[in-house]
Design a binder for this molecule. Structure first.
Ligand SMILES: Cc1cc2nc3c(=O)[nH]c(=O)nc-3n(C[C@H](O)[C@H](O)[C@H](O)COP(=O)(O)OP(=O)(O)OC[C@H]3O[C@@H](n4cnc5c(N)ncnc54)[C@H](O)[C@@H]3O)c2cc1C
Length: 208
């Protein structure tokens, strides 16, 4: 029977945050146990079938352009031979009775689209935009931002807790939000556990 001392880290929950932390610790030679209550790993990053229809829960992730935040982590973990992504032009289309508004993945295109629909508010579109300002996720990160700006980014729960050896990871922790933020949180947590070893020399962090 396995004992606590068989592992360097025990992670509760195999969501994308816990998985990222676990994979980074394992990749750097640590013995990791990930415990998941569900029969599948992934948390919200999952899919299921209803009758003949396969259903994806999540549909888009930012930060995958070459050298961007998530690309660096996935490359470090050698995941690209097992993952395949399709680039998308639009994250959403907002449908209103009067018009449809395209939410482009390109922030400048999205701003142009908003200005086209709301020409009298052009300067506001420039000024208040956007998730990027609130979350610091320059590459995207559209989900889990239902919290107030006060709770975003630096306002989020820190990855290292005051309890010795207890760390937190995932969407609700720093820097949080969506797959992008949860994977980043996974990195921040692993880096915190490893006293900055993932930051030093490996160039994995793009902001912090
Ligand atoms: C419908 C929907 C669509 C979304 N679409 C997108 C999208 O397109 N793009 C995007 O970037 N983000 C999207 N998101 C947000 C994104 O999926 C989440 O922010 C992210 O997956 C959260 O990851 P996490 O690791 O923090 O937590 P979770 O995914 O919640 O994982 C937590 C895991 O821990 C397990 N767990 C909890 N308690 C215990 C316990 N006591 N013991 C064992 N296991 C436990 C749970 O079973 C779960 O597997 C979407 C979210 C939803 C709900």
């Amino acid at each position: 029977m396995a004992s606590k001392s068989d592992y360097d880290a025990i992670i509760v929950g195999a969501g994308i945050g816990g998985l990222t932390t676990g994979c980074l610790l394992a990749k750097t030679g640590h013995r990791v146990l990930i415990l998941e209550q569900h029969f599948k790993v992934g948390g919200f990053v999952t899919s299921y079938q209803r009758k003949h229809y396969p259903m994806d829960v999540v549909h888009a992730i930012g930060g995958l352009s070459k050298g961007a935040a998530i690309d660096r982590i996935f490359s470090f973990l050698n995941l690209y031979d097992r993952l395949c992504f399709n680039e998308i032009e639009k994250v959403f289309i907002y449908r209103f009775p009067e018009c449809n508004i395209d939410c482009y993945t390109s922030i400048t295109r999205y701003q142009d689209e908003l200005k086209r629909h709301f020409p009298d508010q052009s300067s506001s579109v420039e000024q208040i935009f956007t998730d990027e300002r609130y979350t610091g996720t320059t590459e995207g990160g559209w989900y889990d931002i239902d919290c107030s700006p006060r709770q975003a980014n630096l306002g989020r729960i820190r990855n290292k807790t005051p309890i010795n050896g207890l760390y937190l990871t995932g969407a609700k922790t720093y820097p949080g939000s969506g797959m992008f933020g949860s994977i980043q949180a996974g990195l921040f947590t692993a880096d915190s556990i490893l006293n900055g070893c993932l930051t030093r020399g490996r160039n994995l962090l793009v902001y912090g």
